[in-house]
Design a protein around this ligand. Structure first.
Ligand code: ZN
Ligand code: ZN
Length: 370
């Protein structure tokens, strides 16, 4: 990971803007720019360089992880330590300097009202606080080769958990038992954790889009939606497979076939230069033809990387153009409340001429004999 390059790119954006400083407080953004993985940090960027602020718990870790920025250890909250440091800097130590007030950009999406007030009270009017554009999120949309490699490995590990699900899903087994077996296997293979609480939704619960594994027992007949992901070396995976316990009805099979066709059409639509909205429409159009569009109640996909949900959003009307190196999920679904639901999800890397599906596997309907 070339953090020096990432910092220099951001520094150039700050230099061209009306801001004198940029305060990065969203921890995944701090990690992206500096490599620091601690749970308390802020990064202050100016035309002179970057400084990471953290507290005494992280002295050794910060020295080890942060190569391209200065490190300041302070017992105060990192953002406030950065604000105090800023006051000491630009003034050249002169009190009552005639220098015009400076402008500090903050990550408005990630700062609370109380956090902004505390920052302003430390700055005492000597620097204005302004919302900064989402520069770091924009930079993070396009992954470099090292990031794609990490996501590739996370997806490979994540994909292997479906084998555990297929072995464990049986009528009468509780949903959380299946999730537990998958999560144990993930940790056993070296995952740092799951990228979100495992979704295991069986029978009528399969119609709940985010049906976290519950104590419900898997019924003798019906769909089971399994949506799961791991974090490996900081990067997330995300995958959904839907299986059917017992013999599926004709309607069940055709629901599954429609969602699969929607997913494959959307994957076929992914290529550099198309908009995220066009990819969404490729999936939605298939379900519309099948009179299922009203049951497709979420967007087609999302970016992922250091976080499970990142930009770009693959949703209706999104005008963001896809670029080579963007990594997004493609996950249409159809859910009939109280009855059933199906979702199929893969992670793809955008290329100039199309996309690469990470760890492609068979997607024909898996039927588990009851
Ligand atoms: Zn998912
Ligand atoms: Zn997803």
């Amino acid at each position: 990971m070339d953090h020096g390059r990432r910092l220099r790119r951001l520094q150039a954006l700050v230099a061209e803007s009306k801001l004198d400083f940029l305060l990065v407080t969203h921890l995944p953004n701090v990690r992206y720019l500096s490599g620091f993985t601690g749970s308390a940090a802020a990064l202050l960027m100016s035309s002179e360089g970057a400084t990471v602020f953290t507290d005494g718990r992280y002295i050794a870790q910060a020295r080890q992880e942060v190569q391209a920025a200065r490190v300041v250890i302070d017992s105060k909250a990192p953002a406030l330590a950065a604000a105090e440091w800023l006051l000491g800097q630009g003034n050249g130590g002169r009190r009552g300097s005639s220098r015009p007030s400076r402008t500090l950009g903050v990550e408005a999406e990630w700062m609370t009202v109380a956090g902004r007030d505390r920052l302003a009270s430390v700055l005492r009017g000597k620097a204005k606080v302004r919302p900064a554009p989402g520069w770091v999120e924009q930079a993070r949309m396009v992954k470099d080769a090292g990031e794609i490699q990490r996501i590739r490995e996370a997806v490979r590990l994540g994909a292997s958990l479906f084998g555990i699900a297929k072995k464990t899903i049986r009528p009468g087994v509780r949903e959380y038992e299946v999730a537990a077996a998958m999560e144990y296997e993930a940790r056993r293979q070296g995952a740092e954790g799951m990228s979100f609480p495992t979704i295991l939704a069986s029978g009528p619960r399969s119609a709940i889009v985010h049906g976290r594994a519950s104590d419900a027992r898997i019924p003798r007949r019906g769909f089971v939606v399994c949506d799961f992901g791991v974090i490996l070396a900081g990067y997330c995976s995300d995958r959904t497979r839907t299986v059917h316990v017992g013999r599926p009805s004709k309607e069940g099979r055709s629901l599954y076939a429609a969602v699969l066709e929607a997913q494959e059409c959307a994957i076929a639509a992914v290529r550099a230069g198309v908009t995220a909205g066009e990819v969404d429409e490729a999936a939605r159009g298939v379900l519309r033809e099948r009179k299922l569009a009203r049951w497709f109640t979420h967007s087609t996909g999302h970016g992922l990387g250091l976080e499970i949900h990142e930009q770009p959003r693959v949703a209706a009307g999104q005008r963001q153009k896809l670029e080579p190196g963007m990594v997004v999920t493609i996950e249409p679904g159809a859910y009939v409340p109280g009855e059933w639901g199906v979702r199929i999800e893969d992670v793809v890397v955008v290329t100039a001429s199309g996309c690469e599906v990470l760890t492609p596997t068979e997607k024909d309907l898996v039927v588990i004999e009851a």
